[in-house]
Design a protein around this ligand. Structure first.
Ligand code: ATP
Length: 608
């Protein structure tokens, strides 16, 4: 068989796969991979790596599915080997493995044609290039006539395949390679093959974390040498594997872990976005590196308008919010944006904004090796904050108490908790790594609200957007009968009908006063103060501690009161006077009674 210097006989790949199936130790698997990689010419190393991974490229490239079902393979087998579909089905039913069926057909064909020197026939041997390119064509053939084209391509491959090759062609098409080779083993094998030992493993891994494409990394190493990847930078358009956080629940311990002080940022409850801006071209990748650009045309537009640099990669959280009040909305609402159709309608129904928290490339400067304070400064310099694009709210602190209060404030404002981030000299962006440079602080418990409460309106805020000039948000309080005072619980900007909003000012006009009412205790200053008269029924997602509100202050936790997360107006309770409102005691009972341990891996992962 004459060898093409720029390609590899597919048989070598198939034989390696066959050997891999027979062993279980990772060391032996790695050795087999190393041999295969060493035998592979640089031109096709990327393709070999993808084949090992059982895919045609990284997920984020959005290569279409192969779209090959069992039926199509059975038809292809019947064409390639001159059998009827019934014959194929019969053998398939007894063997139970289409790969094996293909192999046995190919074997009998080989026996028959051995006289014609089938083996080693110059024209018919398969190369990695041909097999891989046929797979790609199969994936990209869509729409009318695509079934026939797929059929022809598969039958063509099977006709020219050796038995062992036929087995793996079919397995690949079925998505059933199951070689048990993870990314880590491939990284080891690349490091040994091109660097002589696993001592290069770390830099190979870093390269992969910066360019989430193992085939591409293998190609760069094979063509430019393993040393070259030490200087590898992020590239616009190729997603970076995200840096991840550890989790702790004690503020003091958290600060110790980041060497005493750090940035404490709101941990927004939305969808992580990695934004790649190249001039006017913006792409967004998800936490799992899928291209989600089409789902957020409004964010794309906002980024174009508010980021000064030409070429930049940054990260942030996309969150649903209420344009009238500015309040953040729960994650579940954002998920309505995750669809392929009617996007424009969703853009209007579920407005979103992005809170940026990191920048990884600015023009040609690789920022992943710079400290967080340095990166943050760049972020602040290149972003003009707008309604749609903000920088994540943060403070710098070395004090556990300040951290804790900021955490409670974050939650009562709709965030999920905080992210504490190291700011010392080693505080680089560690792509793809979960480590102690970032630590998330979330609640262990939440007090789900299953019942409504009746609260007294004590102040009002003017709205924005559609509600500009009108009262759009009210400040509500609970009653403390012992001291005969009203203490604030929450600001409510959702749940009102247009009619409610139109009538709001008139409703409160008789009660507007120019100072805080003596029976009201509040640390929040609304635009308008009211006499505590009107009572409303309110529901929310949960009761939560908050340093912003005076209700139950210091009663459950020092330095915190009780508040409602994502509160919503239901209706006015004309039948209730202010002294009939829900009392502090009742709220404490509700809080304790509805306290539930938060399940790890909640809805977020299920939905994403
Ligand atoms: P993980 O991403 O750690 O595997 P997860 O997907 O369940 O777990 P969380 O544990 O809730 O997510 O926390 C990490 C996520 O928090 C990030 O991936 C990001 O989407 C989000 N996030 C929100 N605000 C920030 C912020 N200020 N800095 C970093 N991440 C943030």
């Amino acid at each position: 068989m004459s060898k093409n210097q720029n390609d590899l006989p597919f048989r070598e790949v198939a034989e390696t796969f066959d050997s891999m199936e027979k062993i279980t130790s990772r060391i032996s698997l790695t050795q087999l991979l190393v041999k295969l990689i060493k035998d592979t010419p640089p031109e096709v190393i990327g393709k070999v790596v993808y084949l090992i991974q059982g895919r045609l490229g990284p997920d984020w490239k959005d290569i279409p599915e192969l779209g090959v079902g069992e039926k199509l393979i059975i038809q292809a087998l019947s064409i390639a080997f001159g059998k009827t579909e019934q014959e194929v089905n019969k053998i398939y039913n007894s063997v139970g493995d289409l790969g094996k069926v293909a192999e046995s057909f190919s074997q009998s064909k080989q026996k028959k044609s051995s006289l014609m020197a089938f083996i080693g026939s110059e024209s018919s041997y398969l190369t990695v290039g041909r097999v891989f390119d046929s797979f790609l064509k199969i994936a990209y053939s869509q729409g009318e006539g695509s079934r026939d084209l797929k059929l022809r391509l598969i039958a063509g491959l099977l006709k020219d395949a050796q038995p062992i090759e036929a087995r793996y062609i079919v397995r690949f098409l079925e998505g059933r390679l199951r070689l048990g080779i993870g990314d880590a083993t491939i990284l080891d094998a690349l490091s040994i093959s091109y660097g002589g030992s696993t001592s290069y493993r770390e830099i190979v891994e870093r390269a992969y974390n910066l360019r989430a494409d193992l085939g591409e990394i293998a190609y760069i190493i094979a063509t430019q040498g393993i040393e070259s990847i030490k200087e590898l930078k992020p590239e616009i358009g190729t997603p970076i594997r995200p840096m991840l956080a550890e989790r702790l629940s004690d503020p003091e311990e958290i600060l110790q872990k980041v060497q005493g002080k750090g940035f404490v940022e709101y941990k927004y409850d939305g969808e992580r976005g990695q934004f790649h801006k190249d001039g006017d071209n913006v792409r967004i990748f998800s936490r799992r590196l899928e291209d989600i650009t089409d789902m957020y045309p409004d964010v794309v537009e906002a980024i174009k308008n508010s980021v000064k640099s030409n070429k930049v990669i940054f990260e942030g959280e996309i969150v649903a919010y209420d344009t009238d009040t500015g309040e953040l909305r729960p994650f579940q609402e954002l998920m309505h944006r995750r669809r392929k159709y009617d996007i424009q309608k969703m853009v209007e129904e579920i407005p979103v904004k992005a809170f940026l928290f990191d920048v990884l490339l600015n023009e040609d400067e690789d920022l992943t090796r710079k400290t967080l304070p340095y990166r943050r400064k760049i972020l602040e310099n290149i972003v003009n904050e707008t309604d749609k694009i903000n920088i994540a709210k943060y403070i710098e602190t070395d004090d556990p108490k300040t951290l804790w209060n900021f955490f409670l404030t974050a939650i009562s404002e709709g965030a999920e908790g905080v992210m504490v981030k190291a700011i010392h000299d080693e505080s680089i962006y560690r792509a793809g790594v979960r480590g102690w440079l970032w630590i998330k602080l979330k609640r262990d418990y939440k007090s789900e609200m299953t019942d409504t409460v009746d609260l007294v309106a004590v102040g009002g805020f003017y709205g924005r957007g559609r509600r500009g000039g009108k009262i759009g948000t009210l400040l509500f309080a609970a009653y403390d009968p012992e001291n005969d005072v009203f203490r604030t619980v929450c600001k409510v900007g959702s749940g009102y009908t247009d009619d409610d909003l139109n009538k709001m000012y008139d409703l409160f006009k008789p009660y507007i006063i120019d100072h805080k009412h003596p029976r009201v205790e509040s640390s929040i200053e609304p635009d308008l103060w009211f006499e505590p008269v009107r009572v409303a029924e309110i529901i929310g997602a949960e009761l939560t501690l908050s340093p912003l509100h005076t209700c139950c202050y210091n009663k459950l936790k020092e330095g915190a009161g009780l508040s409602i997360r994502f509160p919503r107006f239901i209706r006015w309770r004309e039948d209730k006077g202010p002294e009939d409102a829900t009392t502090e005691e009742e709220l404490i009972e509700m809080y304790n009674g509805q306290l539930k341990k938060i399940e790890e891996k909640q809805t977020k992962e299920e939905v994403q």
